[in-house]
Ligand binder design. Sequence first.
Ligand code: NI
Length: 239
Amino acid sequence: MMRDPAWHPSFPDVGSAAGRCKSSRTGNEAGERSRGTKIEPGRPPRYIAHMTSATPAPLGAKLPILMPPHPSLRARTRRVAPSDMDQVRALLPDMFATMYAAPGIGLAAPQVGVGLRFAVIDLMPDETPAPMVLINPEVIRVSEDWAVREEGCLSLPGQYADVTRPARVAVRYQDADFATHEIEAEGLLAACLQHEIDHLDGVLFVDHLSALKRNMLLRKLAKERKQMAAQIAPQTAQG
Ligand code: NI
């Protein structure tokens, strides 16, 4: 997911859900944090961020971000098995470096040509890094009410549109230690989680739009890329 100032409303308190989880924020809503409850319309906002002890420092190499019509963006990913974890852990610093450099708030493995089910997110609440590693994430519950939010995508640079999604979601995932977590989210985090999980199923945010709007955005992207290539070509020819 692209980073955009318009997506940065003041971020509510993020508290830890369980003792083993660290959080970048200390504010909390005691009593609002029992696990496994249903998400119901009208429930007070509840943000739970799970940080992992193995969260990598963003010191990796910048990877090229793929754009349509690259087939990697349209392929379903394979679930990460414990035997894949060495490969995943080796890629995480590069994924974070790529996302922060873009800059973006989320990056899924298919966007860098990796066909495994994992993604990284950092919403940078209050400009403070809060990296999340999401391995095998899946939406396990959704709210009945919907929310509209403007989205972008690092694979569709410069393209933005309002996307309608469930307002709140519960997501189960494994962290970089392959420990399983469940989080409930709303607002920007809910949209970002759904956007990244979509990527792992070969779905782009433009797929949530009408065919007319989707084709318009994809054509605009192709045109802009062509113009950019034309501008760069003479310079590289001289160099
Ligand atoms: Ni994206």
